[in-house]
Ligand binder design. Structure first.
Ligand SMILES: Nc1nc2c(ncn2[C@@H]2O[C@H](COP(=O)(O)OP(=O)(O)OP(=O)(O)O)[C@@H](O)[C@H]2O)c(=O)[nH]1
Length: 163
């Protein structure tokens, strides 16, 4: 089972994914993965964190400034590797893999690209937010203001049936 959620910025992709993650955890299943919230200062985006879903630990993924690997104006932070390694080592024990998000930024960071490819190779139930520009094989739900509430229970039930 692989479910992908996409849609325009701000439509509610992360909110829906985290709702499904919390509901699955409540039922005693182990969810392993990460999400990358943006960080704003004074209303301006200054970077992204990477947060482990199972442990809640977070580190800087990328922030405005100079660095070896840059994605647009953001420099990738080496400390992100601690979270990626932690999540990767927990993958074999996962009942569900959750990734937010699979996008141009994540795919241009070698360690994250490797992680995503490894996660796909495990053939475990997986739910992910994908950037609307990404081409990906699997069931894709395009979220809109109109369908996002209804899709919550539909997607949750689909995930639960695969566990
Ligand atoms: N009323 C309502 N608001 C929602 C719903 N889902 C998300 N929102 C709100 O919409 C805003 C954006 O939600 P996100 O989940 O961050 O949206 P997103 O698509 O992940 O945004 P990006 O990652 O920036 O593309 C937040 O303020 C949410 O509280 C929903 O189902 N109903």
């Amino acid at each position: 089972m692989r479910i992908f959620i996409t849609g325009r910025p701000g439509v509610g992709k992360t909110t829906l994914l985290m709702y499904v993650v919390e509901e699955v955890k409540k039922r005693g299943y182990k969810v392993v993965g990460f999400y990358c919230p943006e960080v704003r200062e004074g209303g301006k985006r200054i970077g992204f964190k990477i947060v482990s879903i199972s442990s809640g630990k977070e580190k800087w993924l990328a922030k405005v400034g100079e660095g070896k690997i840059k994605v647009g104006k953001y420099a990738v932070q080496s400390e992100a590797g601690e979270i990626i390694d932690e999540v990767k080592s927990a993958l074999p024990s996962a009942n569900l893999i959750a990734i937010d998000e699979i996008g141009p930024m994540e795919m241009s960071i070698p360690s994250l690209k490797d992680f995503i490819n490894y996660a796909f190779s495990l053939n475990k139930p997986l739910i992910a937010v994908v950037h609307r520009s990404m081409k990906i094989n699997g069931k894709i739900y395009v979220l809109t203001e109109e369908n996002r509430e209804g899709l919550r229970s539909k997607i949750l039930n689909e995930v639960l049936q695969s566990l």
